[in-house]
Design a protein around this ligand. Structure first.
Ligand code: G6P
Length: 479
């Protein structure tokens, strides 16, 4: 039962993700070029898929016409086109103004619109059709993230021969929040099309199994869901990670070391360089962290002559209202803080609204004494792990929100509650004044974690689990 869509390639391993690993950019003169896509999902999966010569199905990042599949760096890329309206309703709307805030503990108020849902269904079907058309007989298809939760069931309907995995990169909310969603049952049934549903944390997997029992009425036991047709679905945690070796090599390069020294020099060789690097997103807690820092200066605990906060905020989802509002709020805070507390050549906050290549990130990580990662809620947060990987000398302090998935593994970070400004102030100060021995002890333990559990470990654990479990292979229904 192949789909009627034309078969353009036949891969044994396919990733289906909302974004391709590269984004198409249209210049003012109409010419086009490609650049790496933003976000943790792409940075985690791209190295794994390059090594596996798989096919990657995804959206090129702007509204446009259909495009032929093409090869890039050992990967077959299969573009899925979205119209202007679908970008507004499926991507900016349902994905990023309904699901995103709902799945992140209501960090903003989610909007529920029926037309957005209709668009979500249509676009998910398009991704499922593309996967069905490009998968070899018996292939493994790995569907990614909250934008595509209906794809597993749609794909199973078209291609029962496939092994289907799903991985959610963001948190999966507790039943009390998820249940607000008017389409909660359809989402659960969409995910149940997979053989294995992966989450960052075991609590998320438990939330999912509990919801399936309550809302869909299937039998469950621990991590397993028993469907009426005899098929079983497993829900497990697979904490994602980074290309640790890649970052270590980058950080060790002469160019990056020289650039790190240059950054410190350009900032006036401060005694303490605090660093934040985030997508400009209201879940990241950027505003609260900059406020905490500025109060430390205003209170006299830190001095702009020897402390500076470098905040990189990568532009993101700029047409969604709440993101626009956030940008204005941060602009205003940074302006006020620097106006009130800065001196000539010594801003309190050095704010960069821009995205940088990996080399520049590695140099910033190397240059920073205290990395500050304070999301209100975050699936994992790879920036925290990247910082650890780049600290080749074993120094550097990590201040980390206990509400980031990474806090489960990086127990030796300076953990904070991002809602508690005074607590953050105290911990940022403690981290900046800690004895080098204490900082090194913590960093050593975290470096061990990040080097033992890198992204290829993550991918192979997931894929082995998906391939294994023979009793969970698709069963025929017996009348
Ligand atoms: C997070 C999500 C990804 C998403 C990325 C960037 O990491 O888990 O699915 O791709 O943010 O967001 P964007 O909306 O630009 O794709």
């Amino acid at each position: 039962s192949r789909s009627s869509t034309q078969q353009s390639s036949a891969a044994d391993l396919l990733v289906v993700a909302n974004r391709l690993p590269v984004d198409q950019v249209v210049e003012a003169d109409g010419s086009t070029s490609w650049r790496p896509s933003p976000g943790g999902l792409v940075s985690a999966l791209a190295p794994v898929m390059r090594r596996n010569q798989g096919a990657w199905i995804g959206w090129p990042g702007n509204a446009g016409e259909e495009m032929e599949p093409f090869e890039e760096d050992g990967l077959t890329l299969v573009p899925v086109a979205l119209s202007e309206e679908e970008v507004a309703e499926f991507y900016e709307g349902f994905s990023n103004d309904t699901l995103w805030p709902l799945y992140h503990d209501l960090a903003a108020k989610p909007s529920f619109h029926r037309e957005w849902w209709d668009s979500y269904v249509r676009v998910n079907q398009r991704f499922a059709d593309a996967a069905a058309a490009n998968a070899a007989e018996g292939a493994t298809v790995w569907v990614q993230d909250y934008q595509l939760q209906l794809v597993p069931a749609m794909l199973r309907e078209l291609r029962p021969d496939l092994r289907i995995g799903f991985y959610l990169h963001i948190p999966f909310p507790p039943a009390e929040l998820f249940s607000q969603l008017p389409w909660r049952r359809q989402i659960l049934e969409g995910l149940l099309g997979a053989d294995l549903v992966g989450f960052q944390l075991s609590g998320a997997a438990q939330n999912f199994v509990r919801l399936v029992r309550q809302r869909v009425g299937h039998k469950t036991h621990r991590d397993t869901v028993y469907l009426p047709d005899g098929r079983v679905v497993r829900a497990r945690a697979f904490p994602i990670s980074i290309d640790t070796e890649g970052f270590e090599e980058l950080a060790a390069s002469e160019e990056v070391q020289a650039r790190a020294a240059e950054i410190r020099r350009d900032l006036g060789n401060p005694r303490t360089l605090f660093l934040g690097i985030d997508r400009l997103d209201y879940t990241k807690g950027i505003h609260a962290r900059l406020r905490a820092f500025s109060e430390l200066i205003a209170d006299g605990h830190l001095d702009v002559e020897d402390a500076v906060f470098v905040q990189v905020a990568t532009p993101s989802r700029e047409r969604v209202d709440q993101y626009r509002q956030l940008r204005d709020d941060i602009d205003q805070l940074v302006g006020r803080v620097n106006g009130d507390l800065g001196r000539i050549g010594r801003p309190a906050i050095s704010y960069l609204h821009s995205s940088f290549p990996r080399e520049e990130m590695a140099a910033l990580y190397r240059a920073a004494d205290v990395m500050v990662v304070t999301p209100f809620r975050d699936g994992m947060n790879l920036v925290a792990k990247e910082y650890v990987a780049c600290r080749l000398d074993g120094d550097g302090a990590l201040v980390l929100s206990e509400f980031a998935g990474a806090a489960d593994e990086l127990r030796q970070a300076y953990l904070v509650n991002p809602y508690d400004i005074n607590g953050m102030k105290a911990t940022m100060l403690e981290a900046s004044r800690a004895q080098p021995k204490e900082v090194a002890r913590r960093m050593r333990a975290m470096r061990k974690t990040v080097s033992e559990h890198d992204v290829s470990h993550w991918a192979s654990t997931f894929l082995t689990s998906l391939a294994g479990d023979p009793e969970s292979h698709t069963k025929q229904t017996h009348p």
